[in-house]
Design a protein around this ligand. Structure first.
Ligand code: UDP
Ligand code: MN
Length: 628
């Protein structure tokens, strides 16, 4: 039955169950609202996609044939001039620069070869693809680019005229990694050495989160020793004895750091011109600011740089990070260089070392990936600090095509999100449960011990999440009237769920239950019925089920439009009852037309069909009709 369903575009990908801020392009254009104008970000700017897609993307190729292997030792020669010694950029040119008879494409479906590598021989393609599968970015090319390659200066022009005091606090830069390519890490180090004034750079601390790559062991240490000959004590390395995940890696970096200010970065970055000075002078002014630089995107395939628009960092109720519009008062300043007040951070951060420690660094109970950035954002604000994005501090960040270390990010993310909800979100914590479609009681998810984080909150006398929402993140809209949520099934058919249907499009359908966000419904005590996940941010409108009163199909409309146009968007429903439109009095029902094996979702005179929604809030609908 499942195989013979009509092909539904109701794929879980790219609708609402968004992934991380640094992976794939969204299938739909993404807009940032600036005042009244929509600004389209560069295509990868939000780069959020379902974890399911990551899982699919990570596995799509089987390799065959001989694979080029370079000796680690070759790569890790003397760092005296880290720039040109390794790897040899000239070699690259020879490899793919000359036009030859076009080689056969070995991996026509691989994202690596969509716009890169047309001239590679078959063996080279195989080598490049194997590295790509292993790392999620083009290591074949990285190994052939200079370590000190120039980067376009992406700062707003006024930043270039800024003068920074010579007398700034010193900086420890922390690079965390788990099985990143060596040339990537060395390029990060090189950019930091070349683009940070030496009197401000105390140290670069590498945190190895128990990588298995051999070349990240002895050969990397040789490189470090060589750099330290020229710059005594500059490079340090701390190695985890077991894999701890990125949050603990960042904490280890903070623990090892000695300078007044820490910048905790991913290892696949290149810092841009004068990136450190804005951070250090801002922290000198106010040591309670947690800072995010602006990220530009290094393409995972050709390593070109795309400049991103400045934005604030926010999140949705699932706690996936996303870009937010810049607050109006920033525009009023008419100063492109001014700090942007931000509800949260993306991950990479800079802070006063002591202040970060005082407010609890990061939540060491987080696993592998995700949520730690939002936790810090909320905590900073609620506990006496603030978060800002600095337009003049730019870091080029390589957005991987897939994350080799975790096929399904959502598992770690969901668990970590519950820690944040339980510790910081008070009466709003149910929003996180709704967004992840998990029951409020007995969720079955072990989010670990949060008692020490709760104590921290008490000790620091932190403000409430209600204060945070109202004062810091009014764009995040709580949905306090939800009384039922999850998938919705009709008693006539156990295997089918209401699904938002093709996107773009506004006709809901019945589809095999898969339980991803296109099938997440939210019934409100007001009678509204949201379809296809929770957006719940101002300017990012939820979608409501309506009955136009005409024709036989129900219609999905943006809820704000539906309200404005007074569309029939209110429904009577309790668990196990019909779904009746309050205005038209028609019922949402399912029918099989003309002997078709498939159900169609229709509006018709009520025949007494019954519906169930997956989860209910408290005792809703069990005693009285209509909810409260
Ligand atoms: N990382 C780590 N341990 C892990 C997973 C990731 O140390 O278990 C490192 C990784 O090498 C990278 C940083 O954490 O330098 C952030 O990870 P990633 O870039 O995948 O996350 P994103 O950029 O999407 O936030
Ligand atoms: Mn990253």
């Amino acid at each position: 039955m499942a195989d013979s369903m009509p092909s539904s575009p109701a794929s879980p990908v790219g609708t609402l169950e968004l992934g991380l801020c640094s992976t794939f392009p969204l299938p739909q254009p993404v807009f940032l609202e600036k005042g009244n104008t929509s600004v389209r970000l560069p295509s990868l700017a939000l780069a959020c996609e379902g974890a399911e897609a990551l899982a699919a993307g990570a596995n799509y190729i089987k390799l065959s044939g001989r694979v080029e292997q370079k000796k680690a030792a070759d790569k890790l020669k003397s760092p005296e001039k880290p720039s040109s010694e390794m790897p040899d950029p000239q070699r690259g040119k020879g490899d793919w620069g000359k036009p030859k008879a076009a080689p056969r494409m070995q991996f026509p479906d691989s994202p690596l070869f969509r716009r890169w590598g047309k001239d590679l021989t078959e063996d080279q393609q195989i080598a490049a693809q194997e590295l790509f599968t292993k790392y999620g970015y083009n290591v074949y090319l990285s190994d052939r680019l200079p370590l000190d390659r120039p980067l376009k200066d992406t700062r707003p022009p006024r930043c270039l005229k800024k003068e920074y005091s010579h007398d700034l606090p010193m900086l420890s830069v922390i690079l965390i990694f788990f099985n990143e390519a060596t040339s990537i890490i060395l390029r990060a180090i090189t950019s930091i050495i070349n683009r940070t004034p030496s009197h401000l750079l105390k140290e670069i601390i590498l945190i190895d989160d128990f990588s298995s790559n051999e070349e990240l062991k002895g050969p990397l240490e040789d490189y470090i020793d060589n750099v330290n000959v020229k710059h005594p004590g500059l490079l340090k390395i701390v190695r985890h004895r077991e894999r701890k995940g990125l949050t603990e890696a960042r904490i280890s970096g903070w623990k090892a750091a000695r300078a007044d200010v820490v910048a905790i970065l991913d290892a696949h970055i290149e810092v841009n011109s004068e990136w450190a000075e804005p951070i250090l002078s801002r922290i000198k002014e106010d040591h309670t600011v947690i800072i995010s630089p602006v990220f530009d995107n290094i393409h995972f395939d050709d390593f070109q740089l795309t400049q991103y628009a400045e934005a604030a960092d926010g999140f949705d109720w699932a706690l996936w990070c996303l870009y937010e519009s810049i607050p109006e008062d920033w525009y009023a300043l008419k100063d492109q260089t001014a700090p942007i007040r931000s509800p949260s951070i993306m991950g990479i951060l800079a802070a006063d070392r002591e202040f970060l420690g005082k407010i609890g660094v990061l939540d060491g109970g987080m696993h592998i990936y995700g949520g730690e950035n939002v936790e810090l954002g909320i905590r900073a604000w609620q506990c006496g600090g603030r978060v800002e994005v600095l337009p003049c501090s730019r870091i080029a960040h390589l957005e991987r095509a897939h994350k080799p270390y975790l096929l399904d990010l959502s598992l770690a993310m969901k668990r970590n999100a519950l820690r944040v909800a339980e510790v910081w979100m008070d009466e709003y914590k149910s929003m996180v449960y709704y967004a992840w479609n998990i029951p409020l009681e007995n969720s079955g998810i072990d989010y670990g011990d949060v008692s020490s984080r709760k104590e921290l909150r008490k000790r620091l006398n932190c403000k409430s999440f209600d204060w945070y929402i109202k004062n810091v993140y009014p764009n995040l809209v709580p949905q306090i009237t939800i009384v039922g949520y999850g998938t919705m099934k009709n008693t006539l058919s156990e295997n089918h769920c209401i699904d938002q249907g093709p996107v773009p499009g506004n006709t809901p359908i019945m589809y095999n239950c898969h339980g991803y966000s296109p099938q997440h419904m939210f019934y409100h005590s007001t009678g509204e019925l949201f379809v296809g996940g929770l957006r719940s941010r101002r300017n990012t409108v939820d979608r409501c089920l309506t009955d136009s009163g005409k024709g036989q199909l129900p219609v999905i409309e943006q809820c704000d439009e539906a309200t404005r146009k007074e569309q029939n968007m209110h429904w009577d429903f309790i668990q196990g009852s019909s779904i009746i439109n309050r205005k038209t009095k028609r019922c949402l029902e399912i029918v099989k037309y003309h002997g078709s094996p498939y159900y169609t979702l229709v509006m018709q005179n009520c025949t007494g069909q019954k519906w169930f929604i997956q989860h209910i809030v408290k005792q809703w609908g069990q005693q009285e009709k209509g909810g409260g």
